[in-house]
Design a binder for this molecule. Structure first.
Ligand code: MG
Length: 266
């Protein structure tokens, strides 16, 4: 069942979304050669707890950390580790969320470590744009398939793969609620979007083939061909005025508008 949210509910999602976005932005500023993904995870956990939240990912389904830290060919659900030390030219997808006041936050961004190749930079830019295009479709009266179709069309027009096995989702008191929000689909198909639906939209786009598998830790998803993948995510609320990004700071998303902090633009 899809749980529609009231204006007051959406305010709750905005509060946890603001903390989720702030900590994601600050985590991204730590991305540089020589930093381990465990250092970033420890920063995120401390920051969330010091600002009135709890790390939504830690312990979720048994996940061991406060961020998913997925490097290069890792698509999602990478484990932070002292042994994973970033190098020039890597990309790091950080997925994290804070729970505040009983609401769940969820957002992700792929950051470049120093200078990355032109082809990887393009992957990041296109995936970021896929997210924006998907969000644009999240208006009352559209269908769920319009979101996935917009994402898929932009990714495939650029020659990239769209991961099928992992998808976006509804969000509220629980991080994962109905409905599933695929990053592929057919326009005008699927359920009709309504005011009060709150969705985490999260394209996972591959430089090469779209097929993936899970590593032996039972979590970390990697591309079969070993080529890089990118992952960008925001939580949005569908309102009568259109989509509102709830993983935002002071009502706007600094990750979208501040190119200087946007790794895709580095
Ligand atoms: Mg998510």
């Amino acid at each position: 069942m899809i749980k529609l949210k009231s204006r007051a509910d959406i305010e709750g999602l905005r509060r946890c979304g603001a903390l989720s976005k702030t900590v994601l932005r600050l985590a991204g500023e730590m991305v540089r050669p020589g930093v381990s993904t465990l250092e970033i995870d420890q920063f995120v956990e401390t920051y969330i707890r010091e600002h009135g939240g709890t790390p939504g990912f830690k312990g979720y389904g048994g996940f061991p950390a406060s961020i998913c830290a997925s490097v290069n060919d890792e698509v999602v659900h990478g484990f932070p580790s002292a042994d994973v030390v970033l190098r020039e030219g890597d990309i790091l997808s950080i997925d994290t969320g804070a729970n505040v006041g009983g609401w769940a936050g969820d957002n992700a961004w792929t950051f470049a470590c120093g200078r990355v190749s032109d082809e990887v930079r393009s992957l990041l830019e296109v995936t970021r744009d896929c997210l924006a295009l998907g969000i644009q479709q999240a208006v009352p009266g559209n269908h769920l398939g319009d979101i996935g179709h917009a994402i898929q069309a932009h990714a495939e027009d650029n020659g990239y793969g769209v991961v099928r096995e992992y998808v976006g989702h509804g969000i509220g008191h629980d991080m994962h609620e109905e409905p599933n929000v695929p990053n592929y689909g057919r326009a005008h198909r699927g359920i009709r979007l309504e005011v009060g639906m709150c969705l985490a939209i999260e394209p996972m786009i591959t430089l090469g083939d779209r097929h993936v598998h899970t590593l032996g830790n039972g979590w970390t998803v990697v591309t079969n061909d070993g080529l890089p993948a990118a992952h960008f995510e925001n939580t949005i609320a569908i309102t009568a005025d259109g989509p509102v990004i709830t993983t935002a700071e002071d009502g706007f998303d600094p990750m979208d508008v501040d190119e200087g902090r946007n790794a895709a633009a580095r």
